[in-house]
Design a protein around this ligand. Sequence first.
Ligand code: NDP
Length: 246
Amino acid sequence: MIKGKVAIVTGGSSGIGYATALALSRAGARVAAGARRTDRLESLKKEIENSGGEAMVQGLDVTKKAECDAFVDAVVKKWSAVDILVNNAGLMPLSFFKNMKVDEWDRMIDVNIKGVLYCTAAAVPHMMANKSGHVVNISSIAGRVVFPAGSVYCATKHAVTAFSEGLRQELSTRSNIRVTCIEPGVVDTELNSTITDASLQKFVEAAKQMQALHADDIANAIVFAVDSPAHMNVNEIMVRPTAQER
Ligand code: NDP
């Protein structure tokens, strides 16, 4: 049951995070969304409230542990619990390794891996105190397969997939905290806008031609996992567009 639960969504300002915040709200959750673009978050809050839901939003850079702690603290102060954490914030500046885009590697490691760890670390103690909770990590197909120009991105998403399984083994059995790893294929969002490697122009164009998934498709998969009965732990959901081969 999602109704009345407190859900946190990181990267709630666009794409999958925005759609997930709306979907969780429609299912009856009180939703807290964090990201850096607070103007987008304010639009999200309005949209939720106009539909009769409850929302709070806060500027959040997941690479800063103090901000992750402060965000979760603010949610607990307002609603006295954290029941669901969706670790969604991420970026995908794909590039060929030989092009040595070191800054982009650093950002992916900081956001895609460390951001997930920091937000989980902030939320899990509250879930443990409640002996109940659900952590949803947005990994990727890239958390299961590897492709050229995706070596670093895939490494970060493999880390998210591995972390999810380790977290499940540790926390599900001992603390009644369920863990779900979501592995989407191509979803029509702003994600490709982080690609700066000019040699990937063809890749970007080809991705635009494909009938991609909608952010709502992934949001619905997340709601399915979170809304499943308490004894059921949906550990992993991989969703590709029908037209996607690898
Ligand atoms: P978007 O680019 O639309 O969304 C990315 C979100 O991450 C934004 O809300 C952005 O918010 C947030 N974000 C980025 N950096 C930070 C940061 N430092 N602190 C807080 N928030 C941050 O793309 P998607 O919706 O597609 O991406 C969401 C997740 O889904 C990512 O983890 C991505 O890897 C994953 N994914 C996406 C796929 C796709 O094809 N689209 C496929 C598989 C996985 P802001 O800039 O406002 O901070």
